[in-house]
Design a protein around this ligand. Structure first.
Ligand code: CA
Ligand code: CA
Ligand code: CA
Ligand code: CA
Length: 303
């Protein structure tokens, strides 16, 4: 009898300790920072975890991923939307991949299903880069901290998004700006030794003929495949060959685009066992960004 009394006392102490302010049990959410997205006309943002199986999701009606990725001239987007926040727990060891947005909901055993109105603040930042092997900050040629006013070839594309910085129709990545890849450009290739690295030099061999106009063999706006003496290499790197065959256009440039989308939820009023008033929902997974958004192509006007 004494033993039973102690067990009952322990149970009552245990239940007191697990409660906080009356009968509200607070649940600590332990999800990863990243979330996924789906939905055609109504946007669903979600994340799941296992052991135990739980999901968090946010529904924003009459909204789409495209709306969120439509950045303004400053490459940012910010908006607050009315949304519904869901917290579900499941009695399944693992959750199916089509848990959200499938026409036929998958067969899962939901244990609890709470939701609350909230405000979702969406923040999007787009960063562009040329992936030319030079860090963007090292393309600040005049060193004034502004990447937008460095345009070596004057083609309208600042160097940090210009994959051919000197406009010689040889891509910067092919002009060895950082031969050993250590981020220090002091060893950049300088074929004619004029102290202007090839990637910023529009006459790489110093023969007086612009690199882009050394189109002796094939007139395809690529001097890389015009080779008179195979022992020396391409004519634009051979000062002994100085025939002018003018280029007619710049090559097409590819600009790589990376989006950082973050969501914060405010004004969460009642979500059952969840006592958050504000919740940092995290960062949209890069794999959720449609491939068509991940780059843009442009051919600068020839001048
Ligand atoms: Ca440029
Ligand atoms: Ca560049
Ligand atoms: Ca060059
Ligand atoms: Ca030459």
């Amino acid at each position: 009898m004494r033993k039973l009394f102690f067990i009952l006392l322990s149970l009552s102490l245990l239940s007191n300790y697990s409660c906080d302010d009356g009968d509200i049990i607070t649940v600590e959410l332990e999800f990863e920072d990243t979330f996924e997205a789906c939905g055609e006309s109504d946007l669903v943002l979600y994340k799941t975890k296992e052991d135990p199986s739980e999901s968090l999701s946010v529904l924003i009606t009459n909204y789409s991923l495209e709306d969120i990725l439509e950045v303004g001239a400053d490459n940012t987007f910010n908006e607050e939307k009315s949304a519904t926040f869901y917290y579900r727990t499941y009695n399944d060891a693992s959750l199916p991949n089509d848990l959200f947005c499938s026409e036929i909901p998958p067969n899962v055993n939901i244990v609890s299903d709470d939701n609350s109105a909230c405000t979702a603040e969406i923040n999007t930042i787009l960063v562009e880069d040329d992936n030319d092997g030079i860090l963007a900050q090292l393309e600040d040629i005049n060193g004034n901290g502004d990447l937008e006013d460095d345009d070596t070839d004057g083609d309208g594309l600042p160097n940090y998004i210009d994959a051919d910085d000197d406009g010689d129709n040889i891509l910067t990545a092919s002009e060895n700006p950082d031969p050993n890849g250590d981020g220090d450009l002091s060893d950049a290739q300088d074929t004619d030794g004029d102290n202007i690295p090839d990637y910023l030099d529009n006459d790489d061999d110093g023969d007086g003929v612009l690199t882009r106009d050394e189109e002796n063999d094939s007139q395809n706006n690529n001097p890389g495949n015009d080779i008179t003496d195979s022992d020396v290499g391409a004519d634009y790197l051979n000062p002994e060959v100085n025939t002018t065959v003018p280029a007619t256009a710049y090559r097409e440039h590819t600009i790589i685009r990376s989006y950082v989308v973050t969501i914060t939820l405010f004004n969460i009023d009642d979500l059952g066992s969840i006592s958050y008033d504000e919740y940092d929902f995290g960062i949209l997974k890069d794999s959720e960004i449609p491939s068509t958004y991940k780059s843009r192509k442009i051919t600068p006007d020839f001048n």
